[in-house]
Design a binder for this molecule. Sequence first.
Ligand code: GAL
Length: 412
Amino acid sequence: MRYRLLTAAFAATAALNIAGPVQAAELEVTHWWTSGGEAAAVAEFAKAFDASGHKWIDGAIAGSGGTARPIMISRITGGDPMGATQFNHGRQAEELVEAGLMRDLTDIAEEGKWREVVHPSSLLDSCTLDGKIYCVPVNIHSQQWLWLSNAAFEKAGVPVPTNWEEYAAAAPALEEAGIIPLAVGQQPWQTTLAFQVLLTAIAGPDAYTKIFGEKDADLAAGEELAKVFEAAAQARSMSAKSNVQDWNQATNMVITGQAAGQIMGDWAQGEFQVAGQVAGKDYTCLPGLGVNEVIMTGGDAFYFPVLDDEEKSAAQADLAKLMLSPEVQVAFNLKKGSLPVRGDVDLEAANDCMKKGLEILAQGNIIQSPDQLMSADSLTQINDLFVEFFNNTSITAEDAQKRFVDLVANAD
Ligand code: GAL
């Protein structure tokens, strides 16, 4: 889809022109954006919401989604709801919506023509249950990226790889130069992320969608997947000395050249930006590990618990509209390293990696994220398998594949 130009300058004034609310209200907004890049991005939402006359009360919860979501869910089910909360695109809030605890945004979405504005429309499908819309998508984060430190490869005397195979082959030279080949943190979702990115690159996007979407256990048990598990065992040994917890600590290992690379979603871009590093000059990004260039439509959406408070409910509607406005979409996504969910804005200031992502998105090479294809419970069990696999070298690639097949066969 062609993107129309919209400059950030226009954006700043437009944001201030949002008509002030009839009655200003404070809204507590919970999210898990606590790294440098994430904090810079969420500050754009807060700034715009405050500029509209309301007040953003920041409810940041450290420790990424796996820690934050249970807290958010227990507050909502426990009768202590926040004004708005982040979840990922997909099925994480499904049970809260089914329980009638989340606000129906359909009227706001129809007034704002979200069905026309949001691209790809699968993002809005992920917000829709029984024909009603319950969230506002705010970005597209693809997990299908490899981030490489140019300095690390220079120090090891090997060219910056152009794909996974070259990268894995460079591991001995990197280790020789005292550089950790692959940085991985211990948060459970990180090892599953690495696995499903390897799967998409080595077995292909269709195999990924058949397994995570259609739960095709036969395919999961086959030869193609055996190659993926071999690569996962390679990634395990490349990351053996990566002893950090959080994803952004692993990203920092690449920023400082302590590690040569990280398989991570493009939220890592926010960290490179905060560190003043330039795409193409200081770091290299390989979408689809340089093998299958796809964009995974992961990312984030905001949901609004039902509140028994007229003023706060009105403020919820204002916040939902504002998050999807062109000017806020540009300001937020540039800082977040993600792509906008609107098809009618252009990130003029986007760096080379974001531009690569926009091109792949425009070509329609899109796959859905695991959160959009599989239930939270099933994904948690797969996360547990890969945490164990990456931390216990006595588990062979064959053992892991057998256990993965069982999980896929019983997934929903
Ligand atoms: C993802 C989220 C991103 C990013 C990441 C790490 O679930 O979509 O926005 O922040 O977590 O926290």
